[in-house]
Write a protein that binds this ligand. Structure first.
Ligand code: PLP
Length: 414
């Protein structure tokens, strides 16, 4: 099928909520993807931070192929080896916790929000407030949306679940003022990804830690975008000298298959167990569930990803190459003065603000063979696969350099 036919069919049959980029991806290998004409693109977006080991990684393909030869789905009514093997390795590489599996980042955050409410309920019916951060992003389902500190995403969906209070990022005073004995949790991303890659300050994260401890509230860290090596450590909280009480994961977890997870400290995780939940709430129902959660094929892929990422020293190169990429972008910003106004991020999670129209630059860059994305009108974001090397980075920067020059000339000409 060709691009134009695909586009027409998409328009006819698929709900048009996504304003898609003008490209039909047919295949991928390593750091590159190909379109319907066979043209190759350097993929510095990884399906929005998902394909952490690039495309067609041999270990993932092998794990999936082996598992599909056995069984595709079991449901959570039965025990399953891929699920327990992955759970064991995940917990051992995170913090003292137990895991709940689901299918997406939003679903992981829904689980975290529900568990936080149970944590509060142990203290009394009014301890249900959740502090969030302005400009955060936690997903599109109603609970995760209510937690998302960007009003533009709330429009049209009232009434949203209540009990969420968003404070300004890095404003320790506002945080201390908002948090009190009725707060059951503080939910945050260490680096706000969808907002345009804005890291929280170490001081602010420390204040979240001390203020939540003081008020018997828990810390929920959303690592949906930052997890699985993206920032140069397996999880971004490891840069901040703290450990979460609950952590949510998705995106890169299974290297391209849909999966989500919520890790909770064992004494919190217990609240989702039938006897604790039933005693606490008086309800005979199951506390929480998800039909596909921990699917054996996804779990097998996830285990292959985690085995690769935890090879000794594997993530060191992300720190080094991330710095290299930021340095090259900073040098570029000096070369083409007043076009790049800021470069920020950590590891392979990098954004740049530009004075030009970001969607036009993104499209020009794409035509020249590089995939990145634009956030709003003046920010570009890069989330390369973690297998990208120096040569790939050099190629990406040179395409960006050319494209920024082209768009600058075009804009000037108008
Ligand atoms: N949390 C963060 C930090 C995210 O970046 C995203 C998606 O971009 C989500 C949650 C939602 O994940 P999903 O789209 O898998 O529901």
């Amino acid at each position: 099928m060709k691009y134009t036919e695909c586009k027409a069919k998409d328009k006819k049959y698929i709900i048009g909520n996504y304003p898609r980029y003008p490209l039909m991806i047919k295949s991928g290998h390593g750091c590159t993807v190909k379109d319907d004409t066979g043209k190759e693109y350097l993929d510095f977006l990884s399906g929005i931070g998902v394909s952490v080991l690039g495309h067609q990684h041999k270990n993932i393909i092998k794990a999936i192929t082996t598992q599909t030869g056995k069984i595709l789905h079991t449901s959570n009514l039965y025990y399953s080896q891929p699920m327990v093997d992955f759970a064991e390795m995940l917990v051992h590489n995170a913090f003292s916790s137990k895991v709940f599996f689901c299918n997406s980042g939003a679903e992981a955050n829904e689980a975290a929000i529900k568990l936080a409410r149970l944590v509060g309920l142990q203290y009394g019916k009014t301890k249900n407030k959740i502090i969030t951060i302005k400009n955060s992003f936690h997903g599109r389902t109603l609970g995760a949306l209510a937690a998302t500190g960007q009003k533009k995403f709330h429009a049209g969906y009232a009434p949203l679940p209540g009990g969420f209070i968003a404070v300004t990022a890095n404003d320790t005073k506002a945080l201390k003022k908002a948090i009190d004995k009725d707060t059951c949790a503080v939910l945050f991303e260490c680096i706000q990804g969808e907002a345009g890659v804005y890291p929280l300050s170490k001081d602010f994260v420390k204040t979240i830690y001390t203020a939540s401890r003081k008020n018997d509230a828990i810390m929920i860290i959303d690592e949906v975008q930052t997890g699985f090596g993206r920032t140069g450590k397996l999880f971004a909280y490891q840069h901040f000298g703290i450990k979460p009480d609950i952590m949510t994961l998705s995106k890169g977890i299974a290297g391209g298959l849909p999966m989500g997870a919520m890790l909770a400290r064992p004494h919190l995780a217990k609240l989702f167990e039938p006897d604790k939940y039933n005693a606490l709430t008086g309800s005979p129902a199951t506390a929480h569930a998800s039909t596909f959660g921990g699917n054996p094929v996804c779990a097998a892929a996830a285990l292959a990803v985690l085995k690769q990422l935890t090879v000794k020293g594997y993530l060191n190169k992300i720190t080094y190459l991330g710095r290299y990429m930021k340095d090259r972008l900073s040098r570029l910003s000096k070369k083409i003065k007043s076009v790049i106004t800021d470069v920020r991020g950590m590891g392979f999670m990098i954004a740049l603000d530009i004075s030009l129209d970001a969607p036009s630059v993104r499209n020009t860059v794409q035509k020249k063979g590089l995939l990145i994305n634009s956030i709003g009108t003046h920010t570009l974001r890069m989330l390369p696969p973690l297998i990208a090397g120096k040569k790939d980075i050099d190629k990406a920067i040179s395409i960006l350099d050319e494209a920024l020059g082209d768009v600058k000339i075009l804009t000037r000409g108008r």
